[in-house]
Design a protein. Structure first.
Length: 70
């Protein structure tokens, strides 16, 4: 059974853009769940680290439950 990766934060060291993503599946989509370069300035590589907000994980799980078809 596929398991989605844990939430993580992408950061650009050049322009300080950042985005925390919470993938919905194990299939990562470029520009949504995964970034090769900064979408604002194009800098490569980006810094990435595990998201440190467990509450964000819980909120995402609740959103998934509410959005799931019945």
């Amino acid at each position: 059974m596929p398991i989605p990766p844990r939430p993580h934060t992408w950061r650009c060291p050049a322009c300080h853009w950042s985005k925390t993503v919470m993938p919905r599946s194990d299939v990562l989509m470029l520009g949504i769940d995964h970034f090769d370069a900064c979408p604002d300035c194009g800098h490569q590589p980006l810094e990435t680290q595990a998201a440190r907000a467990p509450i964000a994980e819980l909120v995402d799980q609740i959103k998934r439950l509410l959005a799931s078809p019945k």
